[in-house]
Design a protein around this ligand. Structure first.
Ligand SMILES: C[S@@+](CC[C@H](N)C(=O)[O-])C[C@H]1O[C@@H](n2cnc3c(N)ncnc32)[C@H](O)[C@@H]1O
Length: 245
């Protein structure tokens, strides 16, 4: 992507950015990602929100103590988001899938990467190019969440029907283990004709320890326990559907 060039996947958003601030900000991360909360890192780390929109989730991740990179290709969203969430822990970045060409230059990895209501804006070829880029940004033990919309396409937007098998296959091909598969889900504010798929993956490995007062002062038994639990979970249920799927 070059300066000023907007990907086709963002069709309709610049013109509607003003109107979308209120509905996007009316929800909370805890509502939208209720089914992922137990998987989320419980210690401050690095978070990446791709297609961050008005910054609702980026701000909530920052409030949880994470340093956040919020990628958003639509200038109108970035401008509004900075006003609504003027948090110095959030870095706003003008970048876009599938390449994330600006972020990809950095030597950085993330403990959590979120793609909320973004994946279905990419066509099949873009999704295939994007997954290795996204997987490569996950730290060992890092969590990737995707929510994918199905059904009516709002006028002026570009969306594709994305099958779950395709996403599971792309994730597996790029070394990610499936942690949650939730299909045919209602929207948070239920709307006729709209369903959601919610998926979570992890990069196998031990999650790195977040910074805490305790770890700065000496051995941190809580972090050791967290690592053990994560290893146990990864071994126990990677690549299988948990009871709540
Ligand atoms: C439905 S909005 C979701 C915004 C936010 N994640 C939320 O849940 O409120 C979809 C977002 O995807 C972004 N988007 C579209 N194409 C993208 C791409 N190629 N790379 C990154 N973000 C993209 C749009 O600009 C928009 O902010």
């Amino acid at each position: 992507m070059t300066d000023g060039e907007m990907p086709a996947s963002t069709a309709g958003y610049a013109a509607e950015a003003d109107a979308l601030v209120a509905p996007y900000e009316a929800l909370t991360l805890e509502q939208v990602h209720r089914q992922f909360l137990d998987l989320m890192p419980d210690r401050p780390g690095r978070a990446l929100d791709i297609g961050a929109g008005t910054g609702r989730d980026a701000a909530a991740l920052a409030a949880r103590g994470h340093r956040v990179v919020a990628v958003e290709p639509v200038r109108e969203f970035r401008e509004r988001a900075r006003l609504v969430h003027p948090d110095p822990a959030i870095e706003w970045l003008d970048d876009a899938l599938p390449e994330l060409s600006r972020l990809a230059w950095r030597d950085v990895s993330f403990d959590i990467v979120m793609l909320t209501a973004v994946w279905m804006h990419l066509d099949a070829a873009e999704r295939a190019r994007a997954m290795p880029v996204i997987a490569g940004l996950l730290a060992p033990g890092g969590l990737l969440t995707l929510t994918i919309r199905h059904g009516t396409v709002p006028p002026g937007r570009r969306m594709f029907e994305v099958g779950t098998a395709e996403t599971l296959g792309l994730a597996a091909a790029n070394g990610l283990a499936t942690r949650r598969v939730l299909e045919n889900q209602a929207a948070i504010i239920p709307r006729p004709g709209i369903r959601w798929t919610r998926l979570a993956f992890v990069r196998p490995g031990s999650r790195r320890r977040g910074r805490s007062r305790a770890s700065a002062q000496g051995p941190d038994q809580a972090a050791v326990r967290t690592d053990m639990v994560e290893k146990w979970r990864a071994g126990e249920d990677s690549n299988s559907r948990p009871p709540d799927s």
